[in-house]
Ligand binder design. Structure first.
Ligand SMILES: C[S@@+](CC[C@H](N)C(=O)[O-])C[C@H]1O[C@@H](n2cnc3c(N)ncnc32)[C@H](O)[C@@H]1O
Ligand SMILES: Nc1nc2[nH]cc(C(=O)O)c2c(=O)[nH]1
Ligand code: SF4
Ligand SMILES: [Mg+2]
Length: 218
């Protein structure tokens, strides 16, 4: 199949247990919980998205007819050194496009593969690091992974919802404060204080900060 990519870039993973790790990010076009158009946001299942995933016009974006073409592009963004190669597939919703041929071709190039998913679709085999960020009002299908990263607060999806998961379901449980849109960080600071209080009272949960936003990298 062909792949539509909004943008692709080398940066550091900003969030969760792999924060600080060099990574090539591949941001796929499109999501199943929002069209990405501002006019549709108030009607969307997921209304707090901080990301533009419409089109293929971002830096390093484009349409790729074959997995090998996209892999060559991502490998070039990493550079020639094959050590520690790490790719994060995100979006939009990456599991709408990430498939077995792309996973196999990335592995052949020496990449460890991570995914950031909303959990509404089952992950294919072969992904090395699965981060699930479930959304209120959306199906929670992918109930296994390496980290569960709940954006906090979501009135209709409380952290307590996940108390019934067995201990092996996820290795790490994160609360990530919900960032506001163009409010100078006001909402995020309120949500951070609430998340800190929740983690203190419920120590299964740890605080995940969007460190890339703090230091001004993509
Ligand atoms: C843009 S999403 C793309 C991947 C996938 N669709 C998902 O939702 O997990 C990447 C990460 O950013 C998180 N995120 C999106 N909007 C956010 C916001 N306003 N504040 C904090 N985290 C946010 C998502 O929950 C997810 O963990
Ligand atoms: N640096 C950096 N880390 C991230 N972790 C998850 C991100 C995402 O948008 O999926 C993201 C992102 O956009 N940038
Ligand atoms: S599911 Fe992810 S990409 Fe889709 S709208 Fe929500 S945060 Fe954005
Ligand atoms: Mg992001």
């Amino acid at each position: 199949m062909s792949y539509s990519v909004k943008e692709a870039f080398k940066t550091l993973q900003g969030e969760g247990a792999q924060a600080g790790r060099a990574a090539v990010f591949c941001r796929f076009t499109g999501c199943n919980l929002w069209s990405g158009r501002e006019a549709d946001r108030s009607e969307a299942v997921c209304q707090f998205c901080d990301t533009d995933f419409v089109g293929t016009d971002g830096s390093g974006g484009g349409k790729f007819a074959r997995a090998e073409n996209l892999v060559a592009h991502l490998a070039a963004l990493w550079g020639p050194d094959r050590a520690y190669r790490y790719v994060v597939f995100t979006g939009g919703e990456p599991l709408l496009q990430l498939d077995a041929p792309l996973i196999a071709a990335m592995k052949a190039e020496g990449f460890t593969i991570a995914v950031e998913t909303n959990g509404t679709l089952a992950a294919p085999e072969g992904i090395d690091w699965i981060c699930v960020s479930p959304k209120a009002g959306a199906p929670f299908v992918q109930q296994r992974g390496h980290e569960l990263k709940l954006i906090f607060p979501q009135a209709a999806l409380l952290p307590e919802t996940f108390d019934t998961l067995d201990a092996e379901a996820f290795t790490h449980y994160w609360l990530q404060p919900m960032d506001g849109l163009n409010d100078g960080g006001l909402a995020r600071s309120h949500h951070t204080a609430a998340a800190v209080a929740y983690c203190q009272a419920h120590p299964r949960w740890r605080l995940s900060l969007q460190t890339h936003k703090m230091i001004g990298i993509p």
